[in-house]
Write a protein that binds this ligand. Structure first.
Ligand SMILES: [Fe+2]
Length: 222
């Protein structure tokens, strides 16, 4: 049972809750959701043409493209949005840089309800995805606090909230784009969609170019 102050107990004035070291998740929706259909068509064409890796039946992902989708003319509209939005995100961080670029961009076609293991994307600052096809009830993306695995003591909570949770689920929704710091572990949680449907995602990594002039740890990203 929680301890509440007894009547008459002195309390602080000007109380405030300040969140230290927040983890940003930048999200939005494509201005033209029809872009998803055009991209889906291209990805399916690639699958039919054998351009990419197809897995045996029931394995996941069922199909994965190469990681240079950003170089395809059919992806121009999408890459322009990704480049423009990631510039604004780096600006929000006030990150010093000469420029930024898409390191890799790829697509996955998966069973709508399959889990994907927790992982991070190395060698980049920002990672992101856009849901191209998201049948109702398909697996949400699960983000995990990077602090989760540094805890060796854990209490039990009667209700999950922002202060105690280590996991956040973001539902897959066609046209929704997410950007997050690349060190954040993420996974796909299981879903309950129609088994005959497919879930399609385009994912990408973003990196900067330029000199980082930090005392004792100078580096040039080129
Ligand atoms: Fe990922």
């Amino acid at each position: 049972m929680s301890q509440t102050p007894k009547f008459g107990t002195a309390e602080l004035t000007n109380k405030q809750l300040m969140m230290l070291f927040p983890t940003p998740m930048f999200m939005g929706a494509l201005p033209d959701v029809g872009m998803c259909d055009r991209i889906e068509r291209k990805i399916r064409e690639m699958r039919t043409a054998g351009q990419g890796q197809s897995a045996p039946k029931r394995a996941s992902p069922a199909f994965m493209t190469s990681d240079n989708l950003h170089q395809f003319p059919e992806m121009k509209g999408l890459t322009e949005i990704i480049m423009a939005e990631s510039a604004k995100i780096f600006d929000a961080y006030t990150m010093k840089r000469k420029s930024h670029y898409i390191v890799g961009m790829w697509a996955n076609i998966t069973h709508p309800n399959n889990r994907q293991n927790m992982h991070v994307h190395p060698n980049c600052f920002l990672s992101g995805l856009v849901y191209i096809k998201a049948p109702p009830g398909c697996g949400p993306t699960m983000f995990c606090s990077p602090r989760k695995f540094t805890k060796n003591i854990e209490a039990q909570y009667s209700q999950k909230n922002e202060l105690n949770t280590d996991f956040v689920l973001i539902p897959a929704e066609k046209g929704r784009m997410l950007f997050w710091p690349s060190h954040i572990p993420h996974a796909v949680e299981s879903g309950t969609a129609d088994e005959n449907e497919e879930r399609i995602v385009v994912a990408f990594n973003i990196m900067i170019k330029g000199k980082v002039d930090l005392f004792t740890s100078r580096i040039e990203f080129s």
